[in-house]
Design a protein around this ligand. Structure first.
Ligand SMILES: [Zn+2]
Length: 373
């Protein structure tokens, strides 16, 4: 009885690993109890996600529900409620009130929300992502997690949450195909900040083994990163190890400012540059050379370095609204100028314990990140 059950589980596991590719980033508003995300903000946030999706159509990964691997291990995505900032553990077996499950195949779920935390030395937005598990290692799930999803050569995002600091006024015009006004608004750019935070959720964090495997001190030594930086080691921010450090702009192959800097100044629009994508390649993502699929955005010329960003847009705001994605207007950007912005604080907590229980290996481990811009 037990043997046949085991065989069935193995078959199920094999089926689980047949994936069709193309990553979907699902923005979930279940925890946006402050109703920060108007239609305009949802639209812009979803186009920021599309900047990643349109480059990851050859990427795929499997499920993170231990039960599908014959394991009773309790695995969860460790993140925070993006409105209250209370800790959250999202179990892959349970759907959010929006109907999304963390850990589904080829899907990255991000909880969206906002909290007002003031503007004195405060972040524009913060991303939280991590994982934890406890219980007996009684199936193949932990092997899958440790050897595939979070190995030294490959990381695939587990999702998380993004919380905007609603004390700031952002520039959030829904016409992403005309960029010049984003550089004269006097405000931080909502699109650019969203792209940056998704970058953290995708893997820009020294919580992950594959990330750390490309770091040597404060330098990124990964092959793709170096190739995008004149074959030099790429300087990384010493404090966080999860942002770029002081870059020599003459070495940046795309001739454009990357998204994953420690700052996001006012009057600046940044897409996810080729240097940013190069680091995602180094941690195992299969990134296409240019956006795939429906693209009506085009490119944006970096005003100081002269290179280009892709700003892919899946559909226009009016098409998005009429397609049923939106629902009723709202949202606004005030013209009030904001002071120059400082972007501090990168808190990262990692801990793990390992112990034996009842002759089987019982494991209890957790790692998480909190990344701000
Ligand atoms: Zn950041």
């Amino acid at each position: 009885m037990l043997k046949s059950a085991t065989q069935f589980i193995i078959l199920t596991t094999a089926l689980c690993k047949i994936t069709t590719g193309a990553i979907s980033i699902v923005l979930d508003y279940s925890y946006d109890t402050g109703s920060y995300f108007s239609d305009e903000r949802k639209y812009i946030a979803e186009q920021a996600a599309y900047a990643f999706e349109s480059r990851l159509q050859s990427e795929s990964f499997g499920h993170l529900d231990p039960a599908q691997y014959g394991s009773s291990l309790n695995f969860y995505v460790s993140t925070k409620n993006p409105t209250s900032m209370a800790n959250l553990q999202m179990n892959p077996a349970n759907a959010t009130s929006d109907g999304n499950k963390f850990g589904d195949e080829n899907k990255i779920v991000i909880l969206m929300g906002a909290k007002s935390v003031g503007t004195t030395n405060q972040y524009l937005a913060v991303a939280n992502s991590g994982f934890g598990y406890s219980g007996v290692n009684d199936g193949t799930f932990l092997n899958y997690w440790q050897n595939t999803r979070n190995s030294t050569s490959n990381f695939d995002s587990v999702g998380g949450s993004i919380s905007f600091n609603s004390s700031y006024t952002f520039y959030d015009d829904t016409d992403l195909t005309t960029h010049t006004d984003a550089t004269t608004s006097g405000l931080p750019d909502f699109y650019s900040v969203m792209v940056h935070e998704i970058g953290h959720i995708m893997g820009f964090s020294n919580v992950w083994d594959a990330w750390n495997n490309n770091l040597s001190g404060n330098n990124w030594t990964g092959t793709n990163g170096k190739a995008a930086y004149s074959n030099q080691n790429v300087p990384m921010d010493a404090a966080s190890k999860s942002h770029f450090g002081t870059l020599n702009t003459s070495h940046i192959g795309c001739a454009c400012h990357p998204s994953m800097n420690t700052t996001s100044p006012n009057n600046t629009r940044r897409g996810f540059s080729e240097l940013d994508f190069a680091l995602l390649k180094d941690i195992g993502y299969n990134v296409s050379s240019s956006p795939q699929g429906t693209n009506i955005g085009g490119t944006y010329e970096d005003p100081s370095l002269g290179g280009n960003f892709f700003i892919p847009v899946e559909q226009s705001y009016s098409a998005w609204l009429s397609g049923g994605s939106g629902g009723g207007g709202g949202g606004s950007a005030s013209a009030a100028p904001e002071p120059a912005v400082v972007f501090p604080l990168l808190g990262i907590a990692t801990f793990g314990i390992l112990y034996m229980r009842n002759r089987k290996t019982a494991k209890d481990s957790e790692a998480s990140l909190s990344e701000s811009v």
